[in-house]
Design a protein. Structure first.
Length: 463
């Protein structure tokens, strides 16, 4: 292995290990700070056991979120991932506190997570200042150059320039983006490799379309003879669209032409599922449990029929499932075929209140626990509507790549309720696809907060 690469790997490992160990120290120091301001009452408190529990929780979450991954720790994603980890750690603590009959009051929680968040962010801030200085002083930047000019190599050059603390980008060895199908061109590229040696470059990234690398073996031989590392970056710019994504299957490189979403990444799925379970349990225990008997009585008093209404909806991968709601209409034969409309005579008086405040959706938190829905995602539609809109709305079925949600990006942006015009459904699908392609745990939290705000303000399309 190249000595410089060995130094880089060793340095990156030590740096990541230092951050990880200092974080674990902060998790425990924040506990000391919180206990200084507030000691748990009515609880046989064991500092060592509780400290180990908090440390284990942070360790597991950091592994799930890849917090100390080489790519994460060296860019701005570190701050975002840290905030995600803090939020999930808070949920972990709240669930533990529930099991302990709320032994820790809100003052302790505020003190601990304020100290934890502040110290962790300061740790990252100073790390971001120190890393470039150490990188330059220890000469950890690897000199690299590019061979071949195309959209992919231009993006790669931009990456090298933005990560100057890791790479010393020397530029393009050749401005000619033509193919390697003639002896003259091959010889020309060989000459470029020799000139790279004189310039002190030890790594060359060659970026060409896959159909233009017929004679690349001779370049590999030349690179080895010159002690140059040659790395090939395929240029897929002519076949990749905006939504396409690169993936791997064992040793095979795979191009996902239809795009990717949270369901394609196991780590993201775990994070989203943990949030779904924690938030749903909170709603069911603290809201649904006492509200159900009141609403059930009001629903029964106004009209005969079941309290909970279930309807088949289209779920992930277009698999049908029963979606639960508080019944807001009188029992009728059109409930599975016709959308609710403004001034719909089927809606009861209590049903109108339920729909206006979105309280009719509360039973869907059981759908979330069962695993056929998520707290946030594209809203599930009736089977008849799925069959209709898949024929008239472009990319309508893309929204079925992931679990449907109780609320979603389209809903908080005003696209909820009855879709009188085709354009309204098109905008809903557009927002759903944007959410799927830009998902993050913080985006889910933002959507939940916007949903609560919209419920408080009242929504004109909720009827």
């Amino acid at each position: 292995m190249n000595p410089l690469s060995v130094m880089q790997n060793r340095y990156n490992y030590i740096f990541r290990l230092t951050i990880a160990l200092s974080d674990l120290a902060i998790v425990n120091f924040a506990l000391v700070v919180a206990l200084f301001f507030n000691t748990p009452a009515n609880y046989n408190f064991n500092y060592v056991d509780f400290s180990l529990l908090l440390t284990l929780g942070w360790f597991l979450l950091s592994k799930v979120l890849d917090l100390y991954n080489r790519r994460t720790i060296q860019n701005k994603a570190l701050f975002v991932t840290t905030l995600k980890c803090i939020c999930l750690h808070l949920m972990f603590f709240l669930m533990y506190n529930m099991l302990k009959a709320f032994a820790f009051d809100w003052k302790f929680s505020v003190a601990y997570y304020t100290a934890l968040g502040a110290l962790l962010l300061l740790n990252r801030y100073f790390a971001a200042l120190i890393f470039p200085i150490l990188s330059r002083s220890l000469k950890m930047t690897a000199p690299v150059a590019l061979l071949g000019v195309n959209p992919t190599s231009i993006r790669l050059a931009d990456y090298f320039q933005k990560h100057a603390r890791e790479y010393s980008f020397a530029g393009f060895l050749s401005k000619n983006p033509t193919s390697l199908n003639t002896a003259e061109l091959v010889e020309g590229f060989k000459a470029e490799i020799k000139s790279a040696v004189l310039a002190g470059i030890n790594e060359i990234y060659i970026s060409l379309a896959p159909d233009k690398i017929h004679d690349i073996d001779s370049l590999v031989t030349e690179a080895r003879n010159q002690c140059i590392r040659l790395k090939f970056v395929p240029d897929y710019s002519q076949i990749l669209n905006k939504s396409a994504a690169l993936d791997s299957l064992n040793d095979f490189q795979v191009i996902n032409l239809t795009g990717s979403c949270v369901q394609d990444n196991m780590d993201d799925r775990v994070v989203k599922r943990l949030f779904d379970i924690a938030f749903s349990l909170f709603v069911i225990v603290f809201i649904f449990s006492w509200l159900y008997p009141i609403l059930a009585l009001l629903i029964k008093l106004e009209s005969p029929g079941p309290v909970i209404f279930k309807q088949e909806r289209s779920g992930r991968n277009n698999v049908q499932f029963y979606c639960y709601k508080f019944r807001s209409m009188r029992v009728n034969d059109e409930c599975h075929l016709k959308q609710a409309s403004k001034n719909d005579c089927r809606i009861t008086r209590i049903g109108r209140i339920l729909r206006k405040t979105s309280l009719d959706e509360l039973p869907q938190f059981f759908n979330v626990l069962l695993g056929n829905m998520s707290v946030v995602g594209p809203r599930p539609h009736m089977l008849k509507h799925t069959e209709h809109y898949r024929e008239v709305v472009d990319q309508y079925m893309v929204r079925h790549y992931m679990k449907p949600g109780i609320t979603g990006w389209a809903q908080v942006n005003g696209y909820r309720g009855e879709t009188i015009e085709l354009g309204l459904m098109e905008k809903r699908v557009e927002h759903d696809i944007w959410y799927m392609e830009n998902w993050s745990a913080l985006l889910d939290i933002k959507i939940v907060m916007l949903t609560v705000l919209n419920v408080i303000k009242g929504e004109k399309n909720a009827y």
